[in-house]
Ligand binder design. Structure first.
Ligand code: SF4
Length: 362
């Protein structure tokens, strides 16, 4: 394509966007703080899932000062269920840095914004272009798929080595005059028209520019490399009961589900039964001796890179003082108080069954 065709392509794309964009809450604002929150939430997460979280989060933390002043546990509670908890922790850290070092204003320079925790290429480009109208191209899954088809790009979209190919194409095509509308239009086209399965080519404003459409190769793009099957792990969780209370522990702040509360548990080794694992984990992680467990339920949960099956047991406290090996904090609470703590989704899944069992054994 020559520059003139690029100009035409941008124009039809932006025109299409003006008439077809969805009415989403973060599109009613140019406030960099709100744009930043929405973009962090939207990564790898469906729009419909994000909307209530976005509204609740901004009701709780209307501006960056509110977020910075809040405790991390409140932020995690507000984020609870959205997954990718390191994002919530990074939002909190970044809010503090922006308030302390940038007078509460998210930087409008690529170098400065990328120094902030959790701000990579995508978030930087999205905030700079949408909030500040600075021509920085966004490259997300939607953009890669659209480009892959538009230009018959053979680089696999799910291979990190291909990222630069799509990045260069994005820079080549970037609209210098309307970056906010152009970037959003491209992502919106991927979400609404150039979908992963069955793209709606007859409705596509870019049809006359699309090489895959022209060559009847839409089914061949985007190219993907085969990925390894997702590993599955078996976990046992022990709900220790003592005088009507249960024990919960808090994970360390870094790493998977960092900072969240949970019932202690761990991976079942091939030589163990789930019950034995439960007793072992409670001894090694929290230093408690408990009676044989009563099975509560089995739940399944999927994370991005692995899946788990969790066997849950209630266990009566027998002996020992809590000493933590792994977790960083603990509480003995009544089960009714659990809602006050940010808990991860796998634990939430078995709470109803646990309530039933505890009610009947009370
Ligand atoms: S014509 Fe079809 S394949 Fe090409 S960009 Fe449009 S929706 Fe995607």
């Amino acid at each position: 394509m020559v520059p003139k065709q690029y100009r035409q392509l941008r124009k039809v794309l932006v025109d299409w966007y003006q008439h077809n964009q969805r009415n989403l809450p973060w599109r009613q604002t140019r406030d960099p703080y709100k744009i930043w929150i929405s973009e962090v939430m939207l990564q790898q997460t469906q729009v419909n899932t994000v909307i209530p979280y976005y509204q609740r989060f901004l009701a709780g933390f209307p501006d960056i000062h509110d977020l910075a002043e809040s405790g991390l546990q409140n932020v995690l509670k507000m984020w609870e269920g959205l997954g990718y908890y390191s994002r919530a922790r990074n939002l909190h850290k970044t809010a503090n840095i922006v308030v302390n070092d940038h007078a509460g204003v998210i930087p409008d320079s690529l170098t400065e914004i990328k120094k902030l925790p959790g701000v990579g290429d995508y978030i930087a480009a999205a905030v700079l272009s949408i909030a500040y109208n600075i021509p920085q191209p966004v490259v997300d899954g939607n953009v890669k798929r659209v480009f892959s088809r538009l230009f018959c790009i053979d680089a696999p979209v799910n291979d990190s080595k291909s990222h630069t190919v799509f990045k260069e194409k994005s820079h080549e095509l970037m609209d210098p005059t309307m970056p906010a509308a152009y970037n959003q239009a491209l992502m919106e086209l991927g979400a609404l028209v150039c979908k992963p399965q069955n793209p709606h080519c007859p409705d596509c404003p870019l049809q006359s520019h699309c090489l895959a459409y022209k060559d009847d190769k839409i089914k061949e793009y985007p190219r993907r490399i085969k990925t390894k099957p997702i590993p599955k792990y078996a976990i046992a969780v022990g709900v220790v009961m003592k005088k009507g209370k249960v024990l919960i522990t808090r994970r360390k702040d870094e790493g998977l589900l960092g900072g969240l509360w949970e019932f202690p548990g761990g991976r079942i080794s091939p030589s163990e039964s789930p019950e034995t694992t439960c007793l072992r984990i409670l001894k090694t992680k929290v230093n408690l001796t408990v009676g044989a467990g009563t099975f509560v339920t089995r739940i399944k949960h999927a994370y991005t890179h692995f899946k788990i099956t969790v066997d849950v047991f209630t266990c009566r406290y027998k002996a020992g003082r809590v000493k933590l090996n792994g977790p960083v904090d603990f509480r003995w609470i009544h089960l009714d108080e659990i809602e006050a703590y940010p808990l991860h989704k796998a634990n939430h899944k078995f709470i109803p069954a646990l309530r039933k069992i505890m009610k009947s054994s009370a």
